[in-house]
Design a protein around this ligand. Structure first.
Ligand code: SF4
Ligand code: SF4
Length: 131
């Protein structure tokens, strides 16, 4: 039986599904008395990037940590219109290490049926809805 090869995934165009369940940007930092602090030398990159990010990005992150967003809601840095990270340049190491086309990527795409006719989603009031 001849099987069709699985499509190669080489870019994130019109996807964004790996950002849909993060709630807040997963920077590894401490928040002490409302102030962001580094969480050890190993995670200093996350802290340094946050400090270099626009103030609004930090405010949104801190609000997300304090707020009542459900655990499984989209990352507060995610833009549902463009399906991209609003402050991509300042995203944390965890996001940088998530490879396009990796097994985790393909699993997330399959879960959300990206590329399939019924695979469109939209966010309404922060909740995921099938289009
Ligand atoms: S699931 Fe894969 S293709 Fe989709 S945004 Fe994440 S890395 Fe990109
Ligand atoms: S890439 Fe950006 S929007 Fe996606 S989970 Fe990371 S910080 Fe959030």
């Amino acid at each position: 039986v001849k099987r069709k090869p699985l499509p190669l995934v080489t870019n994130c165009n019109d996807c964004g599904v790996c950002c849909l369940h993060m709630r807040t940007p997963p920077h590894i930092v401490y928040l002490i008395d409302g102030e962001l602090q580094p969480n050890g030398d190993d995670n200093y990159g996350d802290f340094a990037r946050l400090m270099a990010a626009p103030e609004e990005a930090r405010r949104v992150l801190i609000e997300g940590l304090h707020g009542d967003r459900p655990d499984e809601s989209p990352c507060s840095w995610f833009d549902p219109e463009s399906k991209k990270c609003r402050w991509h340049e300042f995203r944390p190491d965890v996001c940088r290490g998530f490879e396009v086309g990796s097994e985790s990527c393909l699993t997330a795409r399959k879960r959300h049926r990206v590329g399939m006719s019924n695979g469109k989603y939209r966010l309404v009031g922060g909740k995921l809805m099938r289009s």
